[in-house]
Write a protein that binds this ligand. Structure first.
Ligand code: SAH
Ligand code: SF4
Ligand code: F3S
Length: 510
């Protein structure tokens, strides 16, 4: 099924709750450009939770009738989940999905600001859309997501790409109907970016990307302010959703037949720290979620600093809590970690991993690493390599440091050339590949449980899915296995994936 067919066959998920809460304040016009300086502020004010039913104003309900929308997504899982929400809102406005920009009446670019190359991709796409806009002036083009939160990006679009119709940010996606209506009738570019985060709005409609695995936001924003990172500016302060809302959403997905959920947050271990009235953390939440009848629960992303013993104890109980921990380390050098303001050392990271391995012996570990942080020395880089080997990660996302305007690290003098940084990335990737291959080799002739997601990307004759430890497995099996957890015998271990043969259908879990 292609993306279009899938979306067409999907029901928009909306809440069963009814309430008289008034959402009209969310549909009032404002012109607001972004400010990273304002976005940096962290206030003590309490988070408001809007729990009522989200409804689209009557005059916007049919605005998309007979029209098509396309959203291109460039960022992380949270960004993708925002796309699912915006797709839900579009469909409630009467729009139909399309996967071709040529057929669309509205195209949104849901952007990512994490590194310069992510931003360049978006500017490239804006360039590609220009001829379409010239051919069809009624086409509406919007830029949303994390890049919209940066004033430099908004200014660049205003100056160089004035044909863009609307720009809005990460805090006001629920205002999509209003923004679209404004853009339809306005001759000016509609810019509405809130630099300060808004309320937590429950019950927004969603069209999920699949019906096997689902994402569930548990918190928004980040207060860690790692010196290289733009996220605390683009996503605002840490705000946790109420446990009862999360539990209800997971139950709802379980009832719908979803087999796996991934709890999302930039720093899920800080979950609950912002609750003024109760002491409740990720460990407590996982303890409740593990009782729900859903086969697999994952979470991402963990910050080593906030990974507490209670959470480790809960994860050690296993069951539907998957034994895979993504624990970004960024660097193996305590001096670099200090400059990054990660607030842990090489030693404390290693100690945390040791503790986890002791209590969750089957756990697999993956990580994120940045090479070429300003003035990183060869010795410091070597420390990253040695830490990688010491932990024996299963795999890693590796990046060359990219200066982000407005962050402290962007102001640091950097004497390391790009050539050296590229060479370090290559050396690191060689170690990552070597260990990944070694780890995978241990699976040879083993039997693993795979949640079958569908046909393999490269070969429709083969099925693909992931093990509990998040290993990609390609294997021959009947299409009826899609959406099931099946047993597969590994016949060949490759560097990045495993090949196998299905030996048993529908494993009973829990
Ligand atoms: N909240 C997550 C990370 C989100 S961003 C965490 O703290 O783990 C995903 C990854 O992008 C980060 O872990 C980091 O490795 C990388 N990253 C973030 N900012 C970057 C930058 N300016 N340059 C290069 N990589 C960066
Ligand atoms: Fe960025 Fe650090 Fe927050 Fe992760 S924890 S989003 S790297 S500031
Ligand atoms: Fe990118 Fe924003 Fe996610 S910067 S990584 S889309 S939070």
């Amino acid at each position: 099924m292609n993306e279009k067919q899938r979306l067409e066959s999907t029901q928009v998920e909306s809440s069963d709750k009814k309430s008289s809460k008034d959402y009209s304040q969310y549909f009032q016009a404002v012109y607001q450009p972004p400010s990273l300086k304002d976005a940096k502020k962290r206030g003590k004010e309490e988070v408001n939770y809007l729990e009522g039913e989200f409804s689209i104003p009557d005059d916007m309900l049919e605005i998309g009738k007979g029209k098509k929308f396309l959203i291109r997504t460039y960022g992380c899982q949270m960004n993708e989940h925002d796309t699912e929400i915006m797709a839900g809102i579009f469909m409630q406005m009467g729009y139909e999905p399309t996967d071709k920009a040529e057929n669309a009446d509205i195209v949104l670019l849901n952007t990512c600001a994490i590194r310069e190359n992510a931003e360049n991709k978006v500017f490239g796409e804006i360039g590609h859309l220009k001829p379409l806009k010239i051919k069809n002036p009624d086409l509406l083009i919007g830029v949303c997501g994390c890049m919209s939160q940066e004033e430099s990006v908004v200014n660049k679009i205003l100056q160089k790409h004035p044909f863009i119709d609307m720009i809005f940010g990460t805090h006001n996606i629920h205002r999509l109907p209003h923004i679209v209506k404004e853009a339809m009738f306005s001759k000016e570019m509609v810019i509405e970016v809130w630099s300060k985060e808004g309320d937590i709005i429950e019950n927004l409609p969603k069209v999920r990307k699949g019906d096997i695995k689902g994402w569930v936001n548990i918190m928004y924003g980040c207060d860690k302010f790692c010196t290289y990172c733009i996220v605390p500016y683009t996503r605002g302060k840490e705000r946790s959703r109420r446990p009862e809302d999360i539990i209800e959403e997971v139950r709802h997905l379980a009832r719908q037949g979803y087999k796996e959920i991934t709890l999302l947050g930039q720093n899920v271990n800080a979950y609950g720290k912002d609750f003024a009235d109760t002491k409740y953390g990720l460990g407590d939440l996982m303890e409740e979620l593990r009782k729900i009848d859903i086969p697999r629960i994952r979470f991402t992303t963990s910050h080593p600093r906030d990974f507490d013993d209670h959470l480790i104890d809960v994860l050690a109980k296993g069951g539907n809590l998957m034994e895979h921990i993504h624990l970004p380390v960024q660097s193996g050098s305590s001096a670099v970690l200090k400059l990054m303001a990660r607030k842990y050392t090489r030693e404390s990271y290693l100690e945390l991993v040791r503790k986890m391995k002791e209590r969750i012996p089957n756990a697999s570990f993956t990580t994120d690493i940045i090479v070429g942080f300003p003035n990183e020395t060869d010795e410091q880089f070597e420390e990253t390599l040695s830490l990688y080997r010491e932990v024996e990660f299963d795999s890693a996302y590796t990046f060359i440091y990219s200066p982000r305007e407005g962050t402290p690290a962007a102001g640091m003098v950097d004497n390391i050339s790009m050539e050296v940084k590229k060479e370090r990335l290559q050396r690191l990737n060689a170690v990552v590949n070597e260990l990944s291959a070694k780890k995978n080799l241990a699976y040879q002739d083993q039997i693993v449980e795979v949640l079958v997601e569908g046909e393999s990307k490269n070969n429709p004759e083969v099925l693909a899915g992931y093990t509990s430890k998040n290993k990609l497995v390609n294997f021959k099996g009947p299409k009826s296995a899609i959406g099931q957890i099946v047993k597969v015998k590994i016949t060949q271990a490759k560097t990045w994936s495993l090949d196998g043969e299905m030996i048993e259908e529908a494993v009973e879990v829990n």
